[in-house]
Design a protein around this ligand. Structure first.
Ligand code: GLU
Length: 323
């Protein structure tokens, strides 16, 4: 089987990138399963990276729990776990390169200012940055810095500049074209509490780990343009992207970590074995005609991106799922 990346000729490398902010739940079990199936069906390599940069919501116990959960599900990996907290030097070096390009500036806007009612909002509901701190004079920076710590933002090209339009083809959601100035505006690369931003860390890690395909939930589709923009500035290769459908409750609400029924502890109690859980999940996701128990390895034989594309609507998880 040819396992090389279509663009770079490199072997397929994927990653699990859980944030240890809660136990695994149905939504991220589905994303992890699809990541695993894609890589394993191509004979590729998987890296486990724990995204624990945010000290407010990352706990070592939860990281251990997620590792146990992945093992229980039969979703194995080849390298890691790698912890983002051990890699701060890499993010710092990337930030310095962006600073060297003259594209980073301090931002003193408060949360309330950013979320002002008048601010236009991007498709994912986050406010588009208005550019308030973009062109502060050095004395203004010095004065504001005395009052509050600055976040750091990366300048994106103006709307009319073609360099600010990012086009890519998602394996599931197809061709996309996004204008950074309209979608997000200048975005954070470091928060005001000193924590490196998700976008920067992900891009640095994906490149350092030789990741050739990124598979994750559709909620992150809106991040791709920012990540590709960063890859271009930093001279990194662009991985292939595949965003998988979201799992929703019958009323259309996204299933989240708050839904107790969907946390893996509860799912283990209801289903008893990983095969019963994965078989049911694969059936609800349109991967197979029946919900017979199936291991991840058995599902790899049935997996194709073509099927996922045909079933890319939200996956409704209702009572029969648990029956
Ligand atoms: N850590 C992120 C999450 O758990 C995923 C990041 C990614 O896949 O790029 O939602």
């Amino acid at each position: 089987m040819d396992t090389s990346h279509p663009v770079s000729g490199r072997t397929t490398t994927g990653r699990f990138a859980p944030s240890p902010s809660g136990r695994m739940h149905l939504g991220n079990i589905y994303s992890a399963l699809m990541t695993w199936l894609s890589v394993r069906s191509q004979g590729g390599t998987l890296v486990l990276r724990i995204e624990d940069l945010d000290p407010r919501c990352a706990s070592p116990e939860l990281a251990r729990q997620i590792i146990d959960d992945l093992r229980w599900l039969g979703l194995d990996w080849d390298e890691g776990p790698v912890y983002q907290r051990d890699r701060l030097d890499l993010y710092r070096a990337a930030l310095e390169r962006l600073e060297g390009l003259g594209l980073v500036y301090p931002c003193f806007c408060s949360r309330a200012e950013l979320h002002a009612a008048s601010a236009p909002h991007a498709s994912d509901g986050t406010p588009v940055y208005a550019g308030t701190c973009r062109d502060l004079a050095p004395e203004q920076v010095a004065e504001r810095a005395r009052k509050r710590p600055a976040a750091l933002r990366l300048r994106v090209p103006d709307e009319a500049d073609p360099a600010g339009t990012v086009a890519f083809t998602d394996r599931v959601f197809g061709p996309r074209r996004e204008v950074l100035a309209r979608e997000c505006g200048d975005f954070l690369v470091r928060r005001s509490d000193g924590v490196f931003a998700y976008q920067l860390a992900v891009v640095v890690d994906d490149a350092a780990m030789g990741v050739t395909e990124v598979v994750r939930g559709r909620d992150l589709l809106g991040s791709v343009a920012r990540q590709i923009y960063l890859q271009r500035l930093l001279g990194f290769a662009e991985p292939a992207y595949a965003h998988v459908p979201m799992l929703v409750a019958p009323d259309g609400r996204r299933l989240s970590k708050r839904e107790r029924d969907c946390d893996l502890g509860e799912l283990q109690r209801v289903f008893g074995s990983p095969e019963r859980l994965l078989g049911r999940l694969a059936f609800f996701a349109g991967m197979c005609e029946d919900d017979r128990p199936r291991s991840a390895a058995q599902l790899a034989d049935l997996f194709s991106w073509e099927t996922v594309r045909r079933h890319r609507a939200d996956i409704v998880i209702d009572e029969p799922f648990f029956a």
